[in-house]
Ligand binder design. Structure first.
Ligand code: OSB
Ligand code: MG
Length: 369
């Protein structure tokens, strides 16, 4: 297949509330949205980059340049027989994995729509519903935190993740654990600690957490292996795992007990599926992380999370946890058992609301063969 037309846009879609991590705040989704057209069909993908390089090195500005000047021209020149071929088209590109993933997701969606197969079925998904939780940002004080968590528990979320940082770790975690003794609870530090704070992190062992996510540097594996030996709670790597090779290194070094797979972070669903298989083989449970995606990116995450070794709840909340209005006509809603239903329509199943998407688009380009 030859891709005939590529539309790329950068958007700004405000969140219902600011999202604060250990190191930065997100006020809106600043993704790139990619649309591929070929053989009378189209596919959509989202590169969920942030406004600034705070999570990884990519930003909306860098992804915009990469997408227009490098990636789209490469894809227009290539011939692909399967969505997995997009990975090979981009093998010469170093880094910039979220920008690459935007195109890769769109190719999966395009092939799915052409073949009449759901993305979940194409990937080898085995579940009709996926367990999900909610990621709770840093709050001004513990009272506010308990209010926010309470609202999510009331809404039906049975797994909660707390963002932590020095000065906002032990006490907030203790307060949530004491208020909800049976809640599935985990924490995420987004790379803010160093190995010499291991004793402080070990205090988190008291709270029966599912995992401690990415305590140390975004590009570290070795110190995480040292830290894991000093913690009872499994470490879960997020930022550090940017490819199947990184997953293999982490497993070999015993740097973690769990891996968070974000398909966008690793360049797409092909790499994500390889990591899933590698972890299944090694007995490492995985779960699907999120990047506060619109309904376009969220649909790819939900499909991926339907694979068998996604045995922990994902950071894939209902659309209304993020946006007043989503860019798709079929927003995800939370089921009573803290799950989202996996779409069965061809491709991702996302039906893009183009008029609304246009209204949140800052800039758009069209490229043709
Ligand atoms: O580290 O998992 C993270 C959001 C933006 C960037 C990084 C992270 C997150 C989240 C939210 O924790 C996940 C979501 O609900 O999409
Ligand atoms: Mg994380």
């Amino acid at each position: 297949m030859k891709i005939e037309r590529i539309e790329i846009r950068r958007i700004e879609l405000p969140f219902v509330a600011p999202f604060e991590t250990s190191g930065w705040r997100e006020l809106a989704n600043h993704s790139l949205i990619v649309r591929l057209q070929a053989e009378g069909a189209e596919g959509w993908g989202e590169a969920p980059v942030g406004a600034g390089p705070w999570y990884n090195e990519e930003t909306q500005a860098t992804a915009w340049v990469m997408a227009r000047q490098i990636l789209a021209p490469m894809l227009l020149e290539a011939s692909i027989a399967r969505p997995e071929d997009v990975d090979a088209v981009f093998t010469r590109v170093r880094g910039n994995r979220m920008a690459r993933a935007g195109f890769e997701f769109a190719a999966w969606d395009l092939f799915g729509r052409l073949e009449g197969r759901s993305l979940s079925a194409m990937l080898g998904g085995t579940r009709a519903q996926v367990d999900v939780g909610v990621s709770v940002g840093v709050q001004p004080d513990i009272e506010a935190l308990l209010r926010v968590v309470s609202a999510y528990v009331e809404a039906g979320y049975r797994r909660v993740k707390l963002k932590i940082k020095p000065g906002w770790d032990i006490e907030p975690t203790r307060a949530v654990r004491e208020t909800w003794p049976n809640l599935r609870l985990q924490v995420d530090a987004n790379s803010i600690y160093s190995l010499d704070q291991a004793d402080q992190l070990a205090q988190l062992d008291a709270f029966d957490l599912l995992l401690i996510e990415q305590p140390l540097a975004h590009d570290d594996i070795v110190d995480h292996a040292k830290l894991q030996r000093r913690l009872r709670t499994p470490i879960c790597l997020d930022e550090s795992i940017v490819s199947p090779e990184h997953a293999r290194w982490a497993i070999e070094l015993q740097a973690c007990g769990v891996i968070n797979i974000k398909p966008s972070r690793v360049g797409g669903l092909t790499a994500a599926r390889q990591i899933h298989a590698m972890c299944a083989e090694a007995g490492i449970p995985v779960w699907c992380g999120g990047m506060l995606e619109t309904g376009i990116g969220r649909a790819a995450n939900v499909a991926l999370a339907s694979l068998p070794n996604f045995s922990l709840p994902g950071d894939i909340s209902a659309s209304d946890r993020y946006f007043q209005r989503d860019v798709v006509r079929s927003p995800f809603v939370l089921n009573a058992d803290s799950t989202l239903s996996v779409p069965t329509a061809p491709g991702t199943g996302a039906e893009v609301d183009e008029a609304f998407l246009d209204s949140v688009t800052l800039e758009k380009v069209d490229l043709t063969r």
